[in-house]
Design a protein around this ligand. Structure first.
Ligand SMILES: O=c1ccn([C@@H]2O[C@H](COP(=O)(O)O)[C@@H](O)[C@H]2O)c(=O)[nH]1
Length: 272
């Protein structure tokens, strides 16, 4: 089954929400956990129990595991496997991007069945040129996985580059959306794009044919009503709003985490 079909099935069954697993040091402390690998593991296990069984997509933020070195990566491996075991699609938020030959190694790490980090999809940075992502795109097509390319990010600094004009093609961000659309015309849903919920994006997303990951809800200030306004006219069946801290602050109680996922998802559904 193609990634687009797997994604559509997951969202139909569990609702439109990507729940982030972002073990910030401040959250570990709020949860009464030590800022250590043991704390990281306890945090991640609570997310596997409280978030992954009900969210359509979970997005571990790789940076928060990576900061603990190899022991952190071991926890990430357990977390990815645990989330997939309970039926969530795992989108590794690694934001990888490099020249093609190096991109091939990143692709092996995140999208190859033999890798302990293998996920259903991975975030990628297209700012070395969309073509540099070819190894990941080709692997995703061959294995029914996905890549999510940064287009118009949620942070205030992204605009200077991403909204720069490109002759006859709108903006830099629009070229990324259009390059993703060209891939999706061959293999629906393979390429998603990242478009933040924090501001107007100015993009034509109508021809993408793939998921639109929209971070920025909650901790970064965006609301479900903002989503409805910003994506008015887009095909919202592909829209995947994402929230991390605003859900995770409900922990460490597993039932409270579940309730926070459900409440966020229900607010999104009511607004869209
Ligand atoms: O444009 C982007 C791309 C990625 N992110 C990531 O999403 C989460 C957001 O966390 P919150 O706690 O909900 O703010 C985080 O992992 C970012 O690296 C993004 O925010 N914006």
């Amino acid at each position: 089954m193609s990634f687009g079909a797997r994604y559509t099935e997951a969202v139909a069954a569990r609702g439109r929400l990507c729940a982030g697993i972002d073990p910030h040091a401040a959250l570990l402390t709020e949860w009464g956990l030590p800022v250590s690998v043991d704390g990281l593991r306890a945090f991640a296990q609570a997310c596997v129990a409280g978030v992954a069984p009900i969210a359509a997509v979970v997005k571990p933020q790789v940076a928060f595991f990576e900061q603990f070195g190899s022991a952190g990566f071991a926890v990430l491996e357990e977390t990815i496997a645990g989330c997939r075991d309970v039926g969530a699609l795992v989108l590794a938020d690694a934001k990888r991007g490099d020249i093609g030959s190096t991109m091939a190694a990143y692709t092996t790490a995140w999208l190859d069945d033999a890798s302990p980090l293998c996920s259903d999809a991975v975030t990628v940075s297209p700012y070395l040129g969309f073509g540099s992502l070819s190894p990941a795109v080709t692997a995703a097509q061959a294995t029914d996985r996905g890549v999510f390319a940064l287009a118009r990010t949620s942070n205030p600094d992204g605009g200077a580059l991403q909204t720069a004009a490109v002759a006859d093609h709108g903006t830099v961000a629009q070229t990324i959306v259009d390059a993703g659309a060209a891939v999706n015309a061959q293999s629906p849903g393979t390429v998603g794009v990242v478009v933040g919920a924090t501001r107007e994006h100015g993009l034509d997303l109508s021809g993408l044919g793939g998921p639109i990951l929209s971070p920025g809800l909650g901790a970064q200030g965006a609301t479900p009503a903002d989503l409805a306004r910003i994506f008015d006219g887009a095909d919202v069946s592909w829209l995947l709003p994402a929230a991390s801290r605003s859900i995770l602050r409900a922990g460490p109680d597993v039932a409270a985490l579940r309730a926070a996922v459900e409440a966020t998802r229900d607010e999104i559904e009511a607004a869209l």
